[in-house]
Write a protein that binds this ligand. Structure first.
Ligand SMILES: [Zn+2]
Length: 279
């Protein structure tokens, strides 16, 4: 089962625009879930997170969280490294309390480091976070995200390798980012190549529990510039969905277009057409 989700609270949410109202709006729209955005800070607390889990569960929604942008597990400064581990651990712990099955994060920047050394460094920091989550009994998957800028750690190979080597880690595949950093990956054959690589690296179970980000994107030489609505771009989302369908993909597909719910609904509608037309 593939759940079509909004990245954050839908713009059309009435009232205070808080997370719980957002979940109700997602359910009213007929969508499958939401990625709770902690990108500018972990705004839920120990007392406000559990009600989110309760409402999400009652509405049958699938939830995830996105960790703050400001962490860098490859920071040069030791204090900043420790802070980044702390931020990711805290965000993941609260996310688990809010009912999220996974937490997506941008692991860090290469900062002129050799990619192999940066990989070891980031892996080591993630092990610390996993250990802390184990200590406090938080059950949540860490999902390093495929990066959208060439200066950011997180190629497809790197995140697949982390997912293979560390228990409790799985990839967050951002198809818009993949296109922005490579200038490729806008066809059925290329989307299928990504899905084959995931299956080869992590097994068929990984394909039934994917975490995907999809949107239109404007990009340049250094990668992503800004997200766009699908209709404003030449993005072949129908071919992406066909590939996902053919690979029996399941999990969460989170729409990050500026019109979050509009494009999430467009993707879901296209998917449902495939399902009803498929044999
Ligand atoms: Zn992200």
């Amino acid at each position: 089962m593939l759940y079509f989700c909004t990245a954050g609270i839908p713009a059309s949410t009435k009232g205070k625009g808080d997370t719980i109202s957002g979940l109700k709006r997602v359910a009213d729209l007929g969508l499958g879930g939401m990625e709770i955005e902690f990108v500018r800070g972990v705004y839920l607390k120990e007392n406000t997170a559990p009600p989110v889990a309760y409402v999400g569960d009652k509405l049958g929604l699938k939830l995830s969280c996105h960790a703050p942008y400001y962490l860098n597990l490859n920071a040069v400064d030791e204090i900043k490294q420790r802070q980044s581990v702390g931020v990711l651990h805290h965000a993941a712990r609260i996310a688990a309390m809010a009912g999220a099955g996974g937490i997506v994060f941008h692991a860090g920047y290469y900062l002129k480091g050799d990619p192999g050394t940066v990989y070891d460094q980031i892996k080591g920091q993630m092990e610390l976070v996993l250990e802390k989550l184990g200590d406090d009994g938080s059950r949540i998957t860490l999902r390093p995200e495929l990066a959208g800028k060439v200066s950011q750690f997180g190629t497809l190979s790197e995140i697949l390798r982390l997912s293979k080597e560390l228990p409790g880690v799985a990839p967050a595949i951002d198809f818009a980012h993949l296109r922005a950093v490579t200038g490729r990956y806008n066809s059925y054959a290329e989307f299928s190549e990504v899905l084959s690589r995931i299956g080869e690296a992590l097994g068929a179970e990984a394909l039934s529990d994917l975490h995907l980000h999809v949107s239109g994107i404007e990009y340049g030489r250094t990668g992503e510039r800004r997200h766009l609505n699908l209709a404003e771009t030449d993005y072949r989302f129908d071919e992406l969905l066909q590939a996902l369908y053919d690979f029996k993909a399941g999990g969460m597909l989170v729409c990050e277009s500026p019109s979050i719910e509009g494009d999430a609904l467009l993707l879901q509608r296209t998917w449902q057409e495939l399902m009803s037309g498929g044999t």
